[in-house]
Write a protein that binds this ligand. Sequence first.
Ligand code: AMP
Ligand code: ZN
Length: 495
Amino acid sequence: MFSKKSQKLSIYNSLSGKKEPFTPILKDHVGMYVCGPTVYSNVHLGNIRTFTSFDVIYRYLTHLGHKVRYVRNITDVGHLENDEDQGEDRISKKARLENLEPMEVVQKYTTDFHETVRKFNLLPPSIEPTATGHLIEQIELIKSLIKIGFAYEVNGSVYFDVVKYNITNNYGILSKRKIEDLIHNTRSLDGQSDKKNPQDFALWKKAEPKHIMKWESPWSKGFPGWHLECTAMSKKYLGENFDIHGGGIDLKFPHHECEIAQSNACFGTNAANYWMHANMLTLNGQKMSKSTGNNILPDEIFSSGSPLLSKTFSESSVKFFMLQAHYRSVLDLSNDALLASEKGFNKIIDAISILENFKDFSDNTSDFDITKWVKECYDAMNDDFNTPILIANIFEAVKFINKIKSGIAKISEKDYNILSETISSFVFDVMGLKKTNILQKGDDKLDEVIDIILELRNDARKNKNFELGDKIRDMLKDKGISINDSDKNSSFTID
Ligand code: AMP
Ligand code: ZN
């Protein structure tokens, strides 16, 4: 007997480098922390890929019946321009360049982030804490780290002592880097002379007098280091040890390695039992990135257009393109790939429409092994959230649905119900794709084409060819376009 609760999910754990059976700490409850955006510029499609990957993970865990507490933070202070604690705070820099209050920058790009994830139909997390809202917790953590001897203060700044930590722990447990290589490879940068060892990282930085984003602390007026906020906020909302910690693969080192070091030093745990990393979206073979400018913004894809693309695409087509690759594989964005994904996605939506309008069931038999197919869909997702295999299975069902439509295959009512429910729960609930996005009224080309069709239909009706008029109306209805006839003219709406 099929049951969602009995599904055996396995997750690739970056800590062990292996797929492992997923066992939550508390039965049926999952705690998941995902590093959120640094809100200093518009979110780009690469960011969206990572958040989409974790949205599908969140949705699937919920689909299986887990009660998930999903925490995704907003980094609104402390993320410096470079990973070696060098350069300006990204938000302060933007505030300086745009002549804004830092909190105006934060507000502007947090709003952009929220609007964009909503367009992509990503579910909001259960808690969305901000770094600036958790300074007390961060200061407390620093005090603990100093007390147990893993952190030291120099000239108002506080650093984590990586070399000392590594004597009793393994700094490199996640990234598999060796501390000797790190010592060898870390550049000794100007202004880092405060640190005992170049690979130590900042927990608290004393602010320059002109720096705006600064707070009182026992050590100086300053601001927290970037790695600290995630340890403080995950501990506060999920506990010292929780189930899943996620982020893009570029955060594995140093950010996540440092989070693990902080957690191990304070609580004796690796924070999460499963560390998950989503791979990068590239453009022209290079990582999409805010700081290098090699990126496409969501609005360029939906509406304003980009010189790299031949047309605009809907959110669901773009999301479908992302989900056709496994979350751990690199994915390169190209016009051809988006065109192919749009076509594939439309085929699935057409098949779902056929199912919705279907009534001609066979007595008891079907030309499709529905039980096997459902199992294969779950097997795909249970195998470390393998959406490309899930989509390949859905295309098998699409082929079958088209055969039913052409009258060369049959389905029983019972199987039809299972097929309809399964396909729509995977497409809409688990992958979070949206049907309405395929056709958008207001898309100039679409409006023009439908107006042509309506004019030809009106000609047919004027010539009393009502049969043709009705056929056009029914065919458009089949594609989700309703014609509304009035005395004078006809208009259309998209369902
Ligand atoms: P940031 O706002 O730069 O802190 O990044 C927010 C999230 O997006 C992090 O999890 C990053 O790892 C992720 N990210 C950044 N660039 C890319 C990219 N090109 N492809 C996929 N994920 C990305
Ligand atoms: Zn983080």
